[in-house]
Write a protein that binds this ligand. Structure first.
Ligand SMILES: Nc1ncnc2c1ncn2[C@@H]1O[C@H](COP(=O)(O)OP(=O)(O)OP(=O)(O)O)[C@@H](O)[C@H]1O
Length: 252
């Protein structure tokens, strides 16, 4: 589904990604790990076309992803969540999720401006789809509540709901369980496993929580200073000396 080849991104003197390559098969869940500043978020920003690559290529479902404009990404079936939540705090949970669903709206500017019947019908359909996602993630009870003021664990699920409402085939999760307690992490992992199977999703997840990565991912890629230093089954990567050294540093 995804072939990243020799991807390089520089910011002035910093090489955030240095010739990174890996593939993701349809239906797979891949964990992207590495210490702070390793280049994980930069990689997501390349895949969603927020950042331009200086070199390398990315093929997504056989097409050159780096040639796609940023606004086409959702329509191509790629959705992401954000490390620091990309929610609108004053909007209700349902409206936040509707923002995700709207990429599937087809009504043009004039029908929207004139509130034509085509738009009303479309709006009802999108609302139904949003409500389905909310129900699936156990968020129906807070659907009309503004995002502000909800517990952090709930907001993390709303963030996931917003991404799912775009009906992605490839889901990019940026630190989805960061800040959650043990019970919430376990619950999030169980939800994700169920959703993945139901929706036939391919997932790449950036996460520092190793228990979560080990329990949910089929494969793990580890970056350090913009380079791929390990790749393989979670248990193998966890034991890899280069990975241990990247996280803990060399003995003094
Ligand atoms: N827009 C930018 N301008 C300048 N430097 C940037 C930019 N985005 C990222 N960087 C730099 O690129 C490197 C990789 O950062 P990135 O955020 O991708 O790391 P990360 O692995 O996601 O880290 P973390 O786990 O802390 O989120 C860092 O040195 C960072 O400072």
């Amino acid at each position: 589904m995804l072939e990243v080849h020799d991807l390089t991104v520089r910011f002035g003197g910093i090489t955030a990604l240095d010739g990174v390559g890996f593939t993701v098969a349809q239906g797979e869940m891949v964990g992207l790990i590495g210490p702070n500043g390793a280049g994980k978020t930069t990689l997501f920003n390349c895949l969603t076309r927020r950042y331009d690559a200086d070199a390398g290529s990315v093929a997504y479902e056989g097409r050159n992803l780096l040639a796609a404009p940023p606004h086409a990404i959702t329509r191509l079936g790629i959705a992401r969540t954000f490390q620091n939540l990309g929610l609108f705090s004053r909007m209700s949970v349902r409206d936040n999720v509707l923002v995700g669903a709207h990429t599937h709206g087809r009504a043009g500017f004039w029908s929207a401006a004139l509130w034509l019947p085509v738009l009303r019908g479309e709006e009802a359909g999108l609302r139904r789809a949003a409500d389905e996602v909310l129900e699936r993630l156990g968020l129906t009870a807070v659907a009309d509540h503004p995002a502000a003021g909800l517990p952090f664990g709930t907001l993390k699920r709303v963030e996931l709901a917003r991404a799912l409402a775009a009906r992605p085939r490839l889901l990019l999760l940026d630190e989805p369980v960061n800040g959650l307690n043990q019970a919430e992490v376990a619950e999030f992992a169980a939800t994700l496993r169920a959703i993945r199977a139901d929706l036939d999703l391919t997932v790449i997840v950036v996460e520092h929580h190793m228990g979560f990565v080990m329990g949910t991912c089929d494969r793990v890629v580890c970056l350090d200073f913009g380079r791929k230093i390990a790749e393989g089954p979670p248990e193998e990567v966890q034991r890899d000396p280069a990975v241990i050294e990247a996280y803990l540093g060399t003995p003094a």
